[in-house]
Design a protein around this ligand. Structure first.
Ligand SMILES: Cc1cc2nc3c(=O)[nH]c(=O)nc-3n(C[C@H](O)[C@H](O)[C@H](O)COP(=O)(O)OP(=O)(O)OC[C@H]3O[C@@H](n4cnc5c(N)ncnc54)[C@H](O)[C@@H]3O)c2cc1C
Length: 416
């Protein structure tokens, strides 16, 4: 039977980084907000390498000291040719143009997401775990609330002035509005595991993410190696659909091993390490949505589209977008009426930031970004521009480096 209907300012679907940050900031601003999370924290999730651009967000919601105390500091990103380790380039965040923070963190997401979610509750959000939103309510074209089901089958309806879709790649509202768009050149599969005892660099480089490239042309792939503070590392490969087609019938573990065999550098990095679970696979993760907002609703984080994880951008877009959405929602609630321009500006800012990442990722797979990454000598301006991109400094400003990257690596719109 349906539970009693109440009304809150904002109901959030999903308690990952986007939803938790948005709810935490709305609660901090004194808004009544409820988050429904289908699972129970802590729960496993991919996306463990953060960007310096997110450190501001962690600071804003008051979790930075705890995050700093618990997780591995990350000061840079190193790109390596999988066949020849001498071909490598390290980008140090301290060299970014606006290096407000010269570091980020490598975070096992079960622990990290739980910190964000509990923080939202501590700031006054109502947080419900084990509750799945089964339906978004619309009245005269406007989102007015949600229906949710608890693990024991209880149903509840909650009315809200705004619904925030932070449901990750489920993208509950955008997928209801129509099919999401696949992005040219980004039909990829990831094969991933966690290991203990893998190689890691030392000193201030210890927390670097290692991005190891292998193959070429349509078969180009790459590995990530992300070191955690407790000796574990996240290891994964992103491969093309052409690469997968050539290995039809193989399971995730055999595919992971086949990718390692193609990148001897990764074989050495993982040599002697112990797998903490057998490699798993996730496919076809990149997509774009037609609209990130509608009457009474906004979609944030992966629910508003997802980009290949080459530059570790997902959690940053999720958290920065969640924080900015909270501010726009708070202002709209204070104004007491919908202000389309407010959300229009928010969507424009989000899209222009993610498009900068998108153009660069497409240039990596289909263009000449790799040559720029490894160029030696490298033009100092381009080096700092790439470093600023890798630091996640893509929102708010329009400095010259940003225009340069957008011109060099425009978003590819064709289906080729
Ligand atoms: C292979 C791979 C590697 C990646 N590596 C990185 C990386 O290194 N760095 C990085 O920043 N990002 C990375 N990402 C991206 C990152 O995982 C996501 O961008 C990030 O988790 C997005 O956060 P979110 O809050 O939007 O969504 P999520 O973290 O997915 O959270 C959404 C939440 O909503 C809940 N939910 C869904 N539907 C419902 C419902 N109907 N009712 C209630 N709850 C619901 C889910 O249970 C989930 O907890 C990677 C992604 C992939 C696929």
């Amino acid at each position: 039977m349906d539970g009693v209907q109440q009304e809150v300012d904002v109901v959030v679907i999903g308690g990952g980084p986007a939803g938790a940050v948005c709810a935490a900031d709305l609660a901090r601003r004194g808004r009544r907000v409820t988050v429904f999370e289908r699972e129970h924290h802590p729960r496993f999730h991919l996306g463990e390498s953060l960007l310096p651009g997110s450190v501001d967000v962690l600071d804003a919601i008051g979790v930075l000291p705890e995050v700093r105390a618990r997780f591995q500091t990350k000061r840079g990103a190193r790109f390596v040719d999988g066949a020849d380790e001498r071909r490598a380039a390290r980008y140090v965040f301290a060299e970014a143009y606006h290096a407000r923070f010269d570091h980020a963190f490598q975070v096992p997401r079960d622990e990290f997401d739980e910190i964000l979610f509990r923080r939202a509750a501590a700031l006054g959000a109502e947080t419900r775990e084990g509750w799945e939103v089964t339906r978004v309510l619309f009245h005269a074209g406007r989102a007015t609330g949600v229906a949710a089901r608890a693990g024991d089958g209880r149903m509840e309806t909650l009315l809200a002035r705004y619904v925030v879709d932070a449901s990750g790649r489920d993208a509950v509202i955008p997928r209801k509005q129509g099919p999401v768009e696949r992005i040219p050149h980004l039909d990829r599969t990831a094969l991933f595991a966690q290991v203990r005892g893998a190689w890691r660099d030392t000193g201030e480089r210890e927390g670097d993410i290692q991005i190891v490239l292998f193959g070429s042309g349509a078969d180009r792939g790459w590995f990530w190696l992300i070191p955690f503070s407790d000796g574990r590392s996240s290891a994964g490969a992103v491969v093309s659909s052409a690469w997968m087609r050539g290995r039809a019938g193989m399971g995730p573990e055999a595919l992971f091993d086949a990718a390692v065999a193609q990148a001897p550098v990764v074989g050495r990095m993982l040599g002697g390490s112990q797998r903490l679970f057998a490699p798993r696979a996730t496919a076809d993760f990149s997509f774009r949505v037609g609209s990130m907002r509608g009457d009474g609703w906004l979609a944030i984080g992966d629910a508003s589209g997802f980009l290949d994880p080459l530059f570790s951008t997902g959690a940053h877009v999720a958290m920065a977008g969640g924080l900015r959405a909270a501010k726009a929602l708070d202002e709209a609630l204070a104004a007491g009426q919908d202000d389309a321009a407010r959300f229009e500006a928010w969507e424009r800012e989000m899209r222009s930031g993610t498009n900068l990442f998108l153009g660069a990722v497409q240039a990596f797979y289909a263009g000449d970004l790799t040559d720029h990454l490894f160029a030696d000598p490298q033009h100092p301006f381009l080096r700092r521009a790439i470093t600023s991109l890798l630091a996640g400094d893509v929102f708010d400003r329009s400095p010259p480096w940003r225009r340069e990257l957008a011109t060099r690596f425009p978003v590819i719109k064709d289906a080729g």
